[in-house]
Write a protein that binds this ligand. Structure first.
Ligand SMILES: [Zn+2]
Length: 476
């Protein structure tokens, strides 16, 4: 399988450290507020990577962190901790805020059918590991202590600027008014911050660095400590949003490789930005649409997922209500074809069955190929459209039900769109109405036929009359 690797800036063949087994780390949410649609693009795409690896026969150990402390408002290690800020906003403790938004995040993941990572790990549960990692860096001379915390000296790590292609001289020159004049280099970052002396934090810990002053970890050290704890000092794939490249991921690499002397992650996958009306999604613009807001407008989480898969993870995607509506219609069409599994219509014909089986096998192999080609989900969705339109035309006979069911299960596995789940057995009342409608249609009583169609719609069932004179039903 091939994936674009930010580390090499090329599309590389994935070779795991252990045969047929991948360790994947995903930078998770900072739980101080609701996740918005931009976040969901990111996590659906990471889930697609994991599904692709699994469907190619690999086992995956997937780790995602929950940042529940230490992510500051500014990348320059300045300003408030987002969790403490959220606590003030809501009149709660930082612990309560973290718990609330963590639960909300996990529930939305489930709605979007994002697989639960093998390890969902909280920064506050791994303070000891983070302190230990800082001590390793300290022992090797990579850190220094100033008034507000322990900092990593980026000038001591050769190749610091390589990952993001940073121009450090320019960064240094551009920082005429330094935010923190005790820092040795502009790019240096905090691995541990001391609690302020003039106010009480909700989250703070004893530590060996502050001469009795309590403190809390920096955001970057959390990901290094937790990824290495669960995946080892060198692991396969690290993922995150594209905006993590110049600071968060650059710093993760520097401190991890400085501590271990080994390559941190072999492959880096980054999900591109999503825009709303041409603007980046941000809280200040008020365009951070939540999943629940979309669901409240009658668009299912499954349609949202399909809409996300319509864009390639490396392209800049445009969120719009129109495209969501289009995805909803596309999903409905898929569901209408999928329901044929429950109502085989065509008479079995060896030629037809063979043609259908062949088409489904070809589609499966084309989908696998597109998945292996840097997760080309837009191509996959077109191929599904194509296969389903063949099924729709040919219909399903009793003998082709099995291969079609298998195809739908494959789609569930790789796309996380479960078309079989929506198929229920037909309630008796609905079956009776369908039967009655069939009778009046034979008698060409179109008015009565339409009235029965309306009654079926009220019960949540749609009908579609096929050219061969038969009718199929589907859930509305
Ligand atoms: Zn991270």
């Amino acid at each position: 399988m091939k994936l674009f690797n930010t580390l090499t800036r090329s599309t590389d063949e994935l070779k795991p450290i252990a045969t047929n087994s991948f360790g994947v780390y995903t930078c998770g949410p900072t739980v101080y507020d609701y996740a918005h649609i931009g976040h969901w693009y990111n996590y659906v795409r990471m889930d697609t990577l994991v599904r692709a690896l699994q469907s190619a026969g690999n086992t995956v150990n997937w780790v995602m962190n929950i940042t529940d402390v230490g992510h500051l408002v500014s990348d320059a290690d300045d300003g408030e901790d987002k969790l403490e800020k959220g606590a003030k906003r809501e009149g709660k403790t930082a612990w309560e805020v973290a718990e609330f938004y963590t639960q909300d995040f996990l529930e939305a993941m489930e709605l979007l059918n994002i697989q639960k990572p093998d390890h969902v790990v909280k920064a506050t549960d791994h303070i000891a590991e983070q302190i230990e990692l800082i001590q390793r860096l300290e022992a090797k001379g990579y850190t220094y202590i100033i008034d507000d915390g322990v900092y990593f000296d980026t000038s001591k790590f050769e190749g610091y600027s390589a990952f993001a292609g940073l121009d450090l001289d320019e960064q240094q020159a551009g920082a005429r008014v330094s935010i923190n004049d005790q820092k040795r280099n502009q790019a240096d970052f905090a691995v541990w911050k001391f609690s302020p002396t003039d106010s009480q934090r909700d989250m703070e810990w004893d530590n060996p660095f502050g001469n009795g002053r309590k403190g809390f970890p920096g955001w970057h050290i959390e990901c290094s400590a937790m990824s290495m704890k669960y995946l080892g000092e060198s692991f396969d794939i690290h993922t995150g949003g594209i905006d993590h490249i110049p600071v968060h991921h650059t710093n993760e690499i520097a401190q991890s490789e400085a501590a271990t002397g080994k390559r941190f992650a072999n492959y880096w996958m980054h999900s591109n930005h999503v825009t709303v009306n041409g603007e980046k999604i941000s809280k200040s613009l008020g365009n951070g649409i939540r999943l629940q807001e979309i669901i409240a407008k009658g668009i299912s989480a499954e349609a949202v997922r399909l809409n996300i898969l319509e864009s390639h993870y490396r392209s800049q995607s445009k969120f719009s209500w129109d495209s969501l509506e289009a995805a909803k219609n596309r999903l409905q069409h898929w569901q209408q074809v999928a329901v044929l599994v429950k109502q085989p219509q065509a008479a079995s014909s060896a030629d037809n069955d063979a043609m259908l089986v062949q088409e489904l096998a070809a589609a499966t192999s084309d989908i696998a190929a597109a998945l292996n080609d840097d997760l080309n989900t837009p191509v996959i969705l077109s191929r599904v459209d194509q296969a389903l339109s063949v099924v729709e035309k040919q219909l399903i006979s009793a003998t082709s039900v099995q291969p079609f069911t298998k195809f739908l299960s494959y789609l569930e596995a790789v796309l996380g769109i479960n078309l079989l789940l929506n198929l229920t057995e037909l309630p008796q009342q609905v079956a009776t109405l369908l039967e009655a409608r069939s009778t009046v249609r034979s008698a060409k009583d179109w008015a009565e036929s339409d009235s029965l169609r309306d009654q079926l719609a009220e019960l949540g069932y749609g009908v579609k009359d096929l050219p061969n004179g038969t009718t199929i039903w589907f859930k509305l």
